[in-house]
Design a protein around this ligand. Structure first.
Ligand code: NAD
Ligand code: ZN
Length: 358
């Protein structure tokens, strides 16, 4: 049976900072060359979608980095955690055929810079990420620019798989960086979409004793279920002292900060043990004064982690297939309620991830 091209594609689009997303119909999607039209099964709602909707990032000291200054052009269809099935391919199918269940790798790069040539398109000098710089998956069909950005799910539930494209992928990159030179006490700050994947991945790939920290006890309860050895409600003046006490006064060998506001980054540095490793991931933002001598005297490492590469996403699909990691999907919204989904995430009403299901 020949598959009919859909005559329209319905998407929820960001038209400008803090403006309600608008439903828009586009005509006659027709994949060309290596493009693939994917029928969307589910799209994860990431906190980065909220930053995109708000128009940028808090740099601290009252300054703001606009996403439009980084090359985002509104209107744009957000959504970078997208699973679905191959609906139509262009002339180059890349071996994909209609009906195959796939996850979309969203961190597309230019293909020619040093990072892209090394297989790390997520670190491209001129990123073209899907759902950020190009249209993403808040849509019933998504035009993926190249079949190389697809990975087969082979039995992994498409809804759960969405998290593997960003929250798990980013956590995987960050936990690997955190464990590189400091494997013992690992403090994970934030038990949201990323943090809950981080706890599971740390449990799966390290021997660290995991202490997870968040403002919300309900999220910490989930972190314990997923393998955190200790949890601690943060936000008070004595947060660093209480973490130190939990580590027997030693401090953290590594800290992964999935929030990365001034308060959490300060705690991260304060609790870092000699030789420790701080990995900053969250984009909540702010700024921090650091006393410079402590960095060499304690020989600490402070580094950033940004999403992950295609090969790691494929590894995560395998870990999910084997049940080693289990994405937490707690809420589902139709495309028409994309605004509510983002508002609910903003107001801390989401455990793990919510998905949009067109
Ligand atoms: P989320 O909204 O699902 O979770 C955030 C969690 O942080 C919540 O559990 C919340 O209670 C907790 N929190 C907020 N403020 C806190 C504080 N001051 N102290 C302790 N806990 C606090 O968000 P998410 O989707 O997990 O994303 C987290 C951050 O990571 C966002 O800024 C997002 O844009 C960013 N992000 C970064 C990358 C990257 O590659 N670096 C990738 C994806 C997302
Ligand atoms: Zn994301």
């Amino acid at each position: 049976m020949k598959i009919q091209r859909p005559t329209t594609v319905k998407s929820a689009r960001i038209t400008g900072p803090n403006q309600p997303l608008e439903l828009e119909d586009a005509d006659n999607p027709s994949p060309q060359g290596p493009q693939v039209l994917v029928k969307v099964a589910a799209t994860g709602v990431c906190h980065s979608d909220l930053h995109l909707w708000e128009g940028g990032y808090d740099l601290g000291d009252g300054t703001f980095m606009k996403v439009t200054d980084r090359g985002v052009k509104y209107p744009v269809t957000p959504g970078h955690e997208v699973s679905g099935e191959v609906y139509l391919t262009g002339e180059e199918s890349g071996g994909y055929s209609a009906g195959e269940k796939v996850l979309v790798y969203p961190w597309a790069g230019c293909g020619s810079c040093p990072a892209c040539r090394a297989g790390n398109e997520n670190l491209c000098d001129a990123p073209r990420s899907l759902g950020v710089f190009q249209n993403g998956g808040y849509s019933d069909y998504m035009m993926v620019p190249h079949h190389k950005y697809l990975a087969r799910l082979d039995g992994v539930d498409p809804e759960a798989a969405t998290s593997l494209a960003c929250s798990a992928l980013t956590a995987y990159t960050a936990i690997k960086k955190a464990n590189a030179n400091s494997p013992e006490n690992m403090v994970i700050i934030g038990a949201g979409g990323l943090g809950l994947m981080g706890v599971q991945i740390a449990g799966a790939i390290t021997d660290a004793t995991i202490l997870c920290v968040d403002l919300d006890e309900k999220k910490l309860e989930m972190a314990r279920k997923l393998g955190a050895h200790h949890t601690l409600v943060s936000g008070s003046e004595d947060t660093a002292d209480r973490i130190m006490a939990t580590t027997g006064g030693l401090g953290a060998d590594s800290v992964v900060d999935f929030v990365n506001v001034t308060a959490t980054a300060k705690v991260g540095i304060d609790i870092l043990r000699k030789r420790g490793n701080l990995v900053l991931v969250g984009l909540f933002g702010g700024s921090l004064n650091i006393s410079l001598v402590t960095i060499p005297l304690k020989s600490i490492t402070i580094q950033g982690a940004y999403t992950g590469n295609y090969d790691d996403m494929v590894e995560l699909i395998d870990l999910a297939r084997r049940g080693v990691i289990k994405p937490v999907i707690s809420k589902r919204y139709p495309l028409e309620e994309a605004n509510t989904a983002l508002e609910d995430l903003r107001h801390h009403k989401i455990m793990g991830r919510a998905v949009i299901k067109p």
